[in-house]
Design a binder for this molecule. Structure first.
Ligand code: F6P
Length: 378
């Protein structure tokens, strides 16, 4: 029989996103209302189990009023992978495996199970720590919505609404000045934010990483609009988008946590379009605005359902699982399954059919996209 739970830990890892506080609140409230356990809040992701003095008890008073707040009251980082932990030695950064220390630290703190709220990076770490004896339950978060096993992650809906709002605002300037305006949005290697915000705001061109774009097709679409009297165009480009046969654009700075930072495709595309189209082109990079602000009703509800169910999974002894949304229900899926591969926009998605129906340019001809679909290894 599994040993009884007395104390659980909760941490938020990786990039912040709207809804993290709603999960923390749901975890604490469910524990207090339904179980006789204690909750320890771990600060700054796994860093809180590596460095001393970064753990504090969480009570109802600590989570009062945080439901509508963006960010995370626990802090987070995407630089604290215990398996590759950066330490400065003699002025040089070196990587160390401190995962055994993390497991020991959790034991010393009396943590019987750890709720890890994170994206694929943090959940991969959680899965590896599980192999070392730490009992974990995962809660999927990311604005990118690129995790397998769940229809959607919390944070995504707010990010899409933020991007849609930005596009609605950019449209008025594009229209008034007869310009093409490009909005670069986040999403890493998945095009979910670009695609959904683009369709929701009536964009003319949407470029996503899953469909390498042909510059001629994009330029022709803008030229066609000009000829037909619509002398402005709205282009949404996902940060991971790339031209046919080309590469994604990365920022020059040093990589964070082993991951290169995407960014700059908007400006690169603008330069190319300026050469080809008789139209003024401007670029807006939406950046971290997508990760900020108050969560939408959808995200507050999903985050609350995830937080409560994560606690019930701990109680049921379903460790090594992640809460997920499937068919309108919250279910448990093995963390290993969720992190096995990223979830990209499927080329056979009906959302692409919607885009075709609305005459939105997806960066390549429909024939080419169908060829890509046929050639894609699934
Ligand atoms: O994964 C969330 C995300 O916002 C991505 O969309 C983006 O590429 C990345 O994080 C940005 O990370 P950082 O905050 O380290 O710049």
């Amino acid at each position: 029989m599994a040993s009884p739970i007395r104390r659980i830990g909760v941490l938020t890892g990786g990039g912040d996103c709207p809804g993290l506080n709603a999960v923390i609140r749901a975890v604490v409230k469910t524990v207090v209302n339904e179980y006789d356990w204690e909750v320890l809040g771990i600060e700054d992701g796994f860093e809180g189990l590596i460095q001393p003095g970064k753990v504090r008890p969480l009570t109802l008073a600590d989570v009062r009023g945080i439901l509508p707040r963006g960010g995370t009251i626990l802090g987070t980082t995407n630089r604290a992978n215990p398996f590759h932990y950066e330490v400065e030695v003699d002025g040089e950064l070196k990587l160390f495996d401190v995962s055994d220390d993390v497991v020991r630290h959790a034991q010393v703190l009396g943590i019987d199970a750890l709720v890890v709220i994170g994206g694929d990076g943090s959940l991969c770490i959680a899965h590896e720590l599980m192999q070392k004896g730490l009992k974990v339950v995962g809660v999927p978060k990311t604005i990118d919505s690129d995790l397998q096993g769940t229809v959607i992650t919390f944070g995504f809906d707010t990010a899409v609404n933020t991007a849609m709002d930005a596009l609605d605002k950019l449209r008025t300037t594009a229209e008034s000045h007869h310009r093409a305006i490009i909005l670069e949005v986040m999403g890493r290697d998945a095009g979910w934010i670009a695609l959904k915000a683009g369709i929701a705001s009536g964009a003319d061109v949407i470029l996503i990483p899953e469909i390498p774009y042909d510059l001629d097709v994009v330029a022709n679409k803008i030229a066609r609009r000009n000829r037909s009297g619509s002398k402005f165009s709205i282009v949404v480009v996902a940060e991971g988008a790339k031209p046919v046969g080309g590469e994604a654009v990365y920022q020059a700075e040093r990589e964070v946590g082993g991951v290169r930072r995407l960014g700059g495709i908007g400006e690169a595309l603008a330069m190319q379009l300026r050469e080809r189209c008789q139209v003024e082109v401007r670029v807006t990079v939406l950046g971290h605005l997508q990760r900020g602000g108050s969560p939408t009703a959808f995200d507050r509800l999903l985050a609350s359902r995830f937080g409560t169910m994560a606690v019930h999974l701990v109680a049921e002894g379903k460790l090594g699982y992640m809460v997920a949304l499937q068919d309108e229900c919250i279910v448990a899926v093995p963390i290993a399954e969720a992190v096995a591969q990223q979830k990209f926009v499927p080329l056979e998605s009906d959302i692409l059919l919607t885009a075709f129906g609305l005459d939105i340019c997806l960066g390549n001809s429909r024939k080419e996209i169908e060829k890509m679909q046929a050639g894609r290894v699934t």
